[in-house]
Design a protein around this ligand. Structure first.
Ligand SMILES: *Cc1c(COP(=O)(O)O)cnc(C)c1O
Length: 396
Protein backbone atom coordinates (compact mmCIF):
# COMPACT_ATOMS: atom_id res chain seq x y z
CA UNK A 1 0.00 0.00 0.00
CA UNK A 2 1.34 3.40 -0.96
CA UNK A 3 -0.28 5.13 2.03
CA UNK A 4 1.50 2.79 4.46
CA UNK A 5 4.81 3.25 2.66
CA UNK A 6 4.44 7.04 2.83
CA UNK A 7 3.59 6.96 6.54
CA UNK A 8 6.69 4.87 7.20
CA UNK A 9 8.93 7.15 5.19
CA UNK A 10 7.61 10.29 6.91
CA UNK A 11 8.10 8.71 10.33
CA UNK A 12 11.66 7.82 9.40
CA UNK A 13 12.34 11.39 8.24
CA UNK A 14 11.16 12.70 11.61
CA UNK A 15 13.22 10.16 13.47
CA UNK A 16 16.37 11.17 11.56
CA UNK A 17 15.83 14.92 12.25
CA UNK A 18 15.50 15.35 8.49
CA UNK A 19 11.87 16.40 8.32
CA UNK A 20 11.48 19.62 6.34
CA UNK A 21 9.03 22.40 7.12
CA UNK A 22 8.18 25.53 5.22
CA UNK A 23 8.16 28.94 6.82
CA UNK A 24 5.43 31.26 5.63
CA UNK A 25 6.89 34.65 4.70
CA UNK A 26 4.52 37.56 5.13
CA UNK A 27 6.72 40.11 3.36
CA UNK A 28 8.79 40.50 0.21
CA UNK A 29 12.27 39.01 -0.03
CA UNK A 30 14.79 41.29 1.64
CA UNK A 31 17.16 41.47 4.58
CA UNK A 32 14.17 41.85 6.92
CA UNK A 33 11.17 39.58 6.62
CA UNK A 34 8.15 38.78 8.77
CA UNK A 35 7.23 35.24 9.76
CA UNK A 36 4.31 34.63 12.15
CA UNK A 37 4.08 38.37 12.68
CA UNK A 38 7.66 38.60 13.91
CA UNK A 39 10.51 40.38 12.17
CA UNK A 40 13.67 38.46 11.30
CA UNK A 41 17.00 39.22 9.71
CA UNK A 42 17.18 36.84 6.76
CA UNK A 43 20.37 35.00 5.83
CA UNK A 44 19.15 32.21 3.60
CA UNK A 45 17.90 33.86 0.44
CA UNK A 46 19.55 33.46 -2.97
CA UNK A 47 18.56 37.02 -3.86
CA UNK A 48 22.29 37.84 -3.75
CA UNK A 49 22.06 41.35 -5.16
CA UNK A 50 18.91 42.28 -3.27
CA UNK A 51 16.98 42.89 -6.49
CA UNK A 52 13.92 40.68 -5.92
CA UNK A 53 12.00 43.63 -4.47
CA UNK A 54 13.68 46.46 -6.39
CA UNK A 55 11.32 49.25 -7.55
CA UNK A 56 12.66 49.15 -11.12
CA UNK A 57 11.89 45.45 -11.45
CA UNK A 58 8.44 45.96 -9.95
CA UNK A 59 7.63 48.81 -12.33
CA UNK A 60 8.93 46.87 -15.33
CA UNK A 61 6.71 43.94 -14.41
CA UNK A 62 3.65 46.14 -13.83
CA UNK A 63 4.05 47.98 -17.12
CA UNK A 64 4.64 44.78 -19.05
CA UNK A 65 1.56 43.22 -17.48
CA UNK A 66 -0.49 46.23 -18.60
CA UNK A 67 0.69 45.75 -22.16
CA UNK A 68 1.14 41.97 -22.46
CA UNK A 69 -1.22 40.64 -19.80
CA UNK A 70 -0.35 37.91 -17.35
CA UNK A 71 -0.45 34.49 -18.98
CA UNK A 72 2.23 33.05 -21.22
CA UNK A 73 -0.60 31.55 -23.26
CA UNK A 74 1.25 28.72 -24.99
CA UNK A 75 4.65 27.14 -25.33
CA UNK A 76 7.38 29.09 -27.13
CA UNK A 77 7.10 26.91 -30.24
CA UNK A 78 3.33 27.23 -30.53
CA UNK A 79 2.54 30.94 -30.01
CA UNK A 80 3.92 31.88 -26.57
CA UNK A 81 7.24 33.46 -27.65
CA UNK A 82 6.68 37.19 -27.08
CA UNK A 83 8.94 40.08 -28.04
CA UNK A 84 9.89 40.49 -24.36
CA UNK A 85 11.14 36.89 -24.21
CA UNK A 86 13.01 37.51 -27.43
CA UNK A 87 14.64 40.72 -26.21
CA UNK A 88 15.71 38.99 -23.02
CA UNK A 89 17.36 36.19 -25.01
CA UNK A 90 19.24 38.71 -27.15
CA UNK A 91 20.44 40.58 -24.07
CA UNK A 92 21.55 37.37 -22.32
CA UNK A 93 23.54 36.33 -25.41
CA UNK A 94 25.20 39.74 -25.45
CA UNK A 95 26.09 39.70 -21.73
CA UNK A 96 27.51 36.16 -21.85
CA UNK A 97 29.37 36.72 -25.12
CA UNK A 98 27.62 33.81 -26.82
CA UNK A 99 25.93 33.56 -30.24
CA UNK A 100 22.54 32.97 -28.67
CA UNK A 101 20.66 32.27 -25.46
CA UNK A 102 17.49 30.27 -24.92
CA UNK A 103 15.05 30.98 -22.08
CA UNK A 104 13.69 28.18 -19.91
CA UNK A 105 10.98 28.51 -17.27
CA UNK A 106 13.28 27.31 -14.46
CA UNK A 107 16.87 26.27 -13.93
CA UNK A 108 15.75 22.76 -13.13
CA UNK A 109 14.10 22.53 -16.53
CA UNK A 110 17.06 24.11 -18.32
CA UNK A 111 19.36 21.43 -16.93
CA UNK A 112 16.95 18.63 -17.67
CA UNK A 113 16.33 19.99 -21.16
CA UNK A 114 19.92 20.61 -22.16
CA UNK A 115 21.38 17.33 -20.89
CA UNK A 116 18.65 15.09 -22.27
CA UNK A 117 18.87 16.85 -25.66
CA UNK A 118 22.65 16.44 -25.87
CA UNK A 119 23.19 12.82 -24.87
CA UNK A 120 21.34 9.52 -24.70
CA UNK A 121 21.90 5.79 -24.35
CA UNK A 122 25.40 4.80 -25.48
CA UNK A 123 26.89 8.19 -24.48
CA UNK A 124 28.80 9.15 -21.33
CA UNK A 125 28.18 11.84 -18.75
CA UNK A 126 30.62 12.74 -15.98
CA UNK A 127 29.61 15.10 -13.17
CA UNK A 128 31.14 16.50 -10.01
CA UNK A 129 29.83 14.59 -7.00
CA UNK A 130 28.41 17.75 -5.44
CA UNK A 131 26.49 18.93 -8.51
CA UNK A 132 22.97 20.27 -8.02
CA UNK A 133 20.14 17.71 -7.88
CA UNK A 134 18.75 18.87 -11.24
CA UNK A 135 22.01 17.94 -12.96
CA UNK A 136 22.05 14.52 -11.33
CA UNK A 137 18.40 13.93 -12.25
CA UNK A 138 19.08 15.02 -15.83
CA UNK A 139 21.95 12.55 -16.14
CA UNK A 140 19.74 9.70 -14.92
CA UNK A 141 16.93 10.71 -17.27
CA UNK A 142 19.27 10.93 -20.27
CA UNK A 143 19.93 7.19 -20.25
CA UNK A 144 23.66 7.79 -20.83
CA UNK A 145 26.32 6.02 -18.73
CA UNK A 146 26.66 8.25 -15.68
CA UNK A 147 29.61 8.62 -13.32
CA UNK A 148 30.61 11.17 -10.71
CA UNK A 149 34.12 12.31 -9.83
CA UNK A 150 35.33 13.47 -6.40
CA UNK A 151 34.51 17.09 -5.71
CA UNK A 152 36.82 19.43 -7.66
CA UNK A 153 39.36 16.59 -7.99
CA UNK A 154 40.91 16.94 -11.44
CA UNK A 155 43.11 13.85 -11.05
CA UNK A 156 40.10 11.65 -10.32
CA UNK A 157 38.31 13.24 -13.27
CA UNK A 158 41.22 12.65 -15.64
CA UNK A 159 41.52 9.00 -14.60
CA UNK A 160 37.86 8.55 -15.42
CA UNK A 161 38.16 10.34 -18.76
CA UNK A 162 41.13 8.14 -19.70
CA UNK A 163 39.11 5.01 -19.00
CA UNK A 164 36.12 5.94 -21.17
CA UNK A 165 35.62 3.67 -24.17
CA UNK A 166 36.09 5.28 -27.59
CA UNK A 167 32.44 4.87 -28.52
CA UNK A 168 29.73 7.33 -27.52
CA UNK A 169 29.74 11.10 -26.98
CA UNK A 170 31.03 12.65 -23.77
CA UNK A 171 29.47 15.38 -21.66
CA UNK A 172 31.27 16.85 -18.64
CA UNK A 173 29.02 18.84 -16.28
CA UNK A 174 29.77 20.92 -13.17
CA UNK A 175 28.21 23.52 -10.93
CA UNK A 176 30.31 26.66 -11.48
CA UNK A 177 29.58 27.69 -7.87
CA UNK A 178 28.55 24.79 -5.65
CA UNK A 179 25.16 25.54 -4.15
CA UNK A 180 25.62 24.05 -0.68
CA UNK A 181 29.37 24.69 -0.32
CA UNK A 182 29.93 28.03 -2.02
CA UNK A 183 33.24 27.05 -3.57
CA UNK A 184 34.02 27.38 -7.26
CA UNK A 185 34.85 24.81 -9.94
CA UNK A 186 38.23 25.25 -11.69
CA UNK A 187 36.52 25.94 -15.01
CA UNK A 188 39.74 26.86 -16.82
CA UNK A 189 41.36 23.52 -16.03
CA UNK A 190 38.11 21.67 -16.71
CA UNK A 191 37.99 23.29 -20.15
CA UNK A 192 41.52 22.03 -20.87
CA UNK A 193 40.61 18.49 -19.81
CA UNK A 194 37.37 18.57 -21.78
CA UNK A 195 39.29 19.53 -24.91
CA UNK A 196 42.00 16.94 -24.34
CA UNK A 197 39.48 14.11 -23.94
CA UNK A 198 36.98 15.31 -26.52
CA UNK A 199 34.20 16.01 -24.02
CA UNK A 200 31.59 18.76 -24.31
CA UNK A 201 31.70 21.00 -21.21
CA UNK A 202 28.62 22.36 -19.44
CA UNK A 203 28.62 24.68 -16.41
CA UNK A 204 25.62 25.54 -14.24
CA UNK A 205 26.18 29.11 -13.08
CA UNK A 206 23.01 29.49 -11.00
CA UNK A 207 24.98 31.09 -8.15
CA UNK A 208 27.52 33.00 -10.23
CA UNK A 209 25.52 34.71 -12.95
CA UNK A 210 24.89 38.35 -11.98
CA UNK A 211 27.14 38.10 -8.94
CA UNK A 212 30.62 37.17 -10.18
CA UNK A 213 32.84 38.91 -12.73
CA UNK A 214 33.49 42.58 -13.26
CA UNK A 215 30.40 42.95 -15.43
CA UNK A 216 28.34 40.41 -13.49
CA UNK A 217 28.43 37.93 -16.38
CA UNK A 218 29.34 35.22 -13.91
CA UNK A 219 31.87 32.41 -13.74
CA UNK A 220 32.55 32.32 -17.50
CA UNK A 221 33.63 35.96 -17.22
CA UNK A 222 35.82 35.23 -14.17
CA UNK A 223 37.66 32.48 -16.07
CA UNK A 224 37.39 34.31 -19.40
CA UNK A 225 36.00 31.26 -21.22
CA UNK A 226 34.39 31.69 -24.62
CA UNK A 227 31.78 29.44 -26.21
CA UNK A 228 34.43 27.16 -27.73
CA UNK A 229 36.04 26.53 -24.34
CA UNK A 230 32.75 26.35 -22.42
CA UNK A 231 30.10 25.42 -24.97
CA UNK A 232 27.10 25.02 -22.63
CA UNK A 233 26.60 27.86 -20.17
CA UNK A 234 23.51 27.66 -17.97
CA UNK A 235 22.43 30.56 -15.78
CA UNK A 236 19.35 31.30 -13.71
CA UNK A 237 17.34 34.49 -13.29
CA UNK A 238 15.75 33.69 -9.92
CA UNK A 239 18.85 34.14 -7.77
CA UNK A 240 21.30 37.00 -8.37
CA UNK A 241 19.03 38.51 -11.03
CA UNK A 242 16.13 38.67 -8.55
CA UNK A 243 13.47 37.55 -11.01
CA UNK A 244 12.52 34.07 -12.28
CA UNK A 245 13.54 31.67 -15.02
CA UNK A 246 16.78 30.44 -16.55
CA UNK A 247 18.72 30.21 -19.79
CA UNK A 248 21.25 28.21 -21.74
CA UNK A 249 23.76 30.24 -23.76
CA UNK A 250 26.00 28.92 -26.50
CA UNK A 251 26.55 28.73 -30.22
CA UNK A 252 23.96 28.60 -32.98
CA UNK A 253 24.15 24.81 -33.34
CA UNK A 254 23.54 24.25 -29.62
CA UNK A 255 20.60 26.63 -29.32
CA UNK A 256 18.85 25.43 -32.50
CA UNK A 257 19.28 21.84 -31.27
CA UNK A 258 17.73 22.70 -27.90
CA UNK A 259 14.77 24.36 -29.59
CA UNK A 260 14.21 21.17 -31.57
CA UNK A 261 15.01 18.52 -28.96
CA UNK A 262 14.84 19.85 -25.35
CA UNK A 263 11.56 18.44 -24.11
CA UNK A 264 11.27 20.64 -20.96
CA UNK A 265 11.58 23.59 -23.35
CA UNK A 266 9.09 22.33 -25.92
CA UNK A 267 6.33 20.94 -23.72
CA UNK A 268 5.72 23.75 -21.28
CA UNK A 269 4.04 27.15 -21.27
CA UNK A 270 6.28 30.16 -21.80
CA UNK A 271 6.95 32.15 -18.62
CA UNK A 272 4.74 35.26 -18.28
CA UNK A 273 6.18 38.00 -20.54
CA UNK A 274 6.08 40.41 -17.57
CA UNK A 275 8.55 38.16 -15.75
CA UNK A 276 10.89 38.46 -18.72
CA UNK A 277 10.46 42.25 -18.50
CA UNK A 278 11.52 42.19 -14.85
CA UNK A 279 14.63 40.20 -15.80
CA UNK A 280 15.45 42.73 -18.52
CA UNK A 281 15.18 45.56 -15.99
CA UNK A 282 17.47 43.68 -13.64
CA UNK A 283 20.07 43.14 -16.37
CA UNK A 284 20.08 46.90 -16.94
CA UNK A 285 20.92 47.46 -13.27
CA UNK A 286 23.61 44.79 -13.55
CA UNK A 287 25.61 46.80 -16.05
CA UNK A 288 24.75 50.26 -14.71
CA UNK A 289 25.28 49.65 -10.99
CA UNK A 290 28.27 47.49 -10.12
CA UNK A 291 28.28 48.77 -6.52
CA UNK A 292 26.05 45.87 -5.42
CA UNK A 293 28.74 43.34 -6.31
CA UNK A 294 31.42 45.44 -4.58
CA UNK A 295 29.31 45.87 -1.44
CA UNK A 296 28.53 42.13 -1.35
CA UNK A 297 32.26 41.34 -1.60
CA UNK A 298 32.97 43.66 1.33
CA UNK A 299 30.27 41.95 3.42
CA UNK A 300 31.68 38.50 2.57
CA UNK A 301 35.13 39.61 3.77
CA UNK A 302 33.66 41.15 6.93
CA UNK A 303 31.75 37.95 7.69
CA UNK A 304 34.74 35.68 7.07
CA UNK A 305 37.04 37.75 9.27
CA UNK A 306 34.47 37.92 12.06
CA UNK A 307 33.64 34.22 11.86
CA UNK A 308 37.32 33.32 11.94
CA UNK A 309 37.83 35.43 15.08
CA UNK A 310 35.01 33.48 16.72
CA UNK A 311 36.47 30.13 15.64
CA UNK A 312 33.31 29.29 13.69
CA UNK A 313 33.62 26.21 11.42
CA UNK A 314 33.56 28.04 8.08
CA UNK A 315 33.87 26.16 4.80
CA UNK A 316 36.38 27.23 2.12
CA UNK A 317 34.18 29.69 0.22
CA UNK A 318 34.72 33.20 -1.07
CA UNK A 319 31.22 33.59 -2.46
CA UNK A 320 27.96 34.80 -0.92
CA UNK A 321 27.29 31.22 0.20
CA UNK A 322 29.06 30.88 3.57
CA UNK A 323 28.10 27.55 5.16
CA UNK A 324 29.03 26.63 8.73
CA UNK A 325 29.74 22.92 8.96
CA UNK A 326 27.93 21.34 11.92
CA UNK A 327 27.88 17.63 11.01
CA UNK A 328 24.97 16.22 12.97
CA UNK A 329 21.46 16.97 11.66
CA UNK A 330 19.84 17.35 15.09
CA UNK A 331 22.52 19.80 16.21
CA UNK A 332 22.14 21.80 12.99
CA UNK A 333 18.39 22.01 13.69
CA UNK A 334 18.98 23.11 17.27
CA UNK A 335 21.37 25.89 16.27
CA UNK A 336 18.97 27.04 13.56
CA UNK A 337 16.11 27.12 16.12
CA UNK A 338 18.27 29.07 18.59
CA UNK A 339 19.16 31.55 15.86
CA UNK A 340 15.41 31.95 15.24
CA UNK A 341 15.05 33.04 18.85
CA UNK A 342 17.75 35.65 18.26
CA UNK A 343 15.69 36.93 15.34
CA UNK A 344 18.03 35.53 12.68
CA UNK A 345 16.79 33.15 9.98
CA UNK A 346 19.32 30.65 8.64
CA UNK A 347 18.30 27.27 7.29
CA UNK A 348 19.81 23.99 8.38
CA UNK A 349 20.72 21.91 5.33
CA UNK A 350 20.60 18.19 6.01
CA UNK A 351 20.76 14.87 4.15
CA UNK A 352 19.75 14.00 1.48
CA UNK A 353 20.63 17.49 0.20
CA UNK A 354 24.13 17.02 1.64
CA UNK A 355 25.99 13.84 2.60
CA UNK A 356 25.42 12.19 5.98
CA UNK A 357 27.54 13.87 8.67
CA UNK A 358 27.76 17.04 6.56
CA UNK A 359 24.74 18.94 7.89
CA UNK A 360 25.35 22.64 7.90
CA UNK A 361 23.92 26.08 8.36
CA UNK A 362 23.80 27.54 4.88
CA UNK A 363 24.33 31.25 5.47
CA UNK A 364 23.88 33.49 2.47
CA UNK A 365 24.74 37.16 2.30
CA UNK A 366 23.19 39.70 -0.05
CA UNK A 367 23.99 43.20 -1.25
CA UNK A 368 20.86 44.36 0.60
CA UNK A 369 22.52 43.58 3.94
CA UNK A 370 24.48 46.25 5.80
CA UNK A 371 27.69 45.95 7.79
CA UNK A 372 25.51 46.22 10.92
CA UNK A 373 23.42 43.26 9.77
CA UNK A 374 26.59 41.17 9.47
CA UNK A 375 27.63 42.25 12.97
CA UNK A 376 24.21 41.18 14.27
CA UNK A 377 24.57 37.81 12.53
CA UNK A 378 28.03 37.26 14.02
CA UNK A 379 26.79 38.13 17.53
CA UNK A 380 23.88 35.70 17.14
CA UNK A 381 26.24 32.94 15.94
CA UNK A 382 28.56 33.62 18.88
CA UNK A 383 25.60 33.09 21.19
CA UNK A 384 24.27 29.95 19.53
CA UNK A 385 27.15 27.91 18.07
CA UNK A 386 28.37 25.62 20.87
CA UNK A 387 31.99 25.67 21.98
CA UNK A 388 32.63 22.09 20.80
CA UNK A 389 32.15 23.23 17.21
CA UNK A 390 34.63 26.10 17.50
CA UNK A 391 38.06 25.78 15.96
CA UNK A 392 40.15 26.10 19.11
CA UNK A 393 43.30 27.54 17.56
CA UNK A 394 41.36 30.48 16.23
CA UNK A 395 38.95 30.95 19.10
CA UNK A 396 40.11 33.84 21.20
C1 LIG B 1 18.75 26.85 -7.88
C2 LIG B 1 19.58 25.99 -8.76
C3 LIG B 1 19.06 25.42 -9.92
C4 LIG B 1 17.60 25.49 -10.24
O1 LIG B 1 17.23 26.76 -10.70
P1 LIG B 1 15.71 27.20 -10.55
O2 LIG B 1 15.56 28.32 -11.49
O3 LIG B 1 15.52 27.57 -9.13
O4 LIG B 1 14.89 26.00 -10.96
C5 LIG B 1 19.91 24.73 -10.75
N1 LIG B 1 21.22 24.59 -10.45
C6 LIG B 1 21.74 25.09 -9.34
C7 LIG B 1 23.20 24.90 -9.05
C8 LIG B 1 20.95 25.80 -8.45
O5 LIG B 1 21.46 26.27 -7.32
Amino acid sequence: MITKALQDRLAERHHQSRYRMRRVLETAQGPRVAVDGREYLLFCSNDYLGLANHPKLITAMQEAAQQYGVGGGASHLVCGHSSLHHQLELRLAEITGRDRALLFSTGYMANLGAITALISKGDHIIEDRLNHASLLDAALLSGAKFQRFHHNDLDDLERRLQKLPPTGNRLLVVDAVFSMDGDIAPLDELAVLAKKYDAYLMADDAHGFGVLGGAGAGSAEVFNLDQQQLPVLMGTLGKGIGSYGAFIAGDELLIESLIQFARPYIYTTAMPPAVAAASLASLELLSAESWRRDHLQALIQQFKRGAQDLGLPLMPSNTAIQPLLVGDEALAMTISANLDMEGVLVSAIRPPTVAIGQSRLRITLTAAHSADDIATLLAALDKTVPVELRIAAQYK
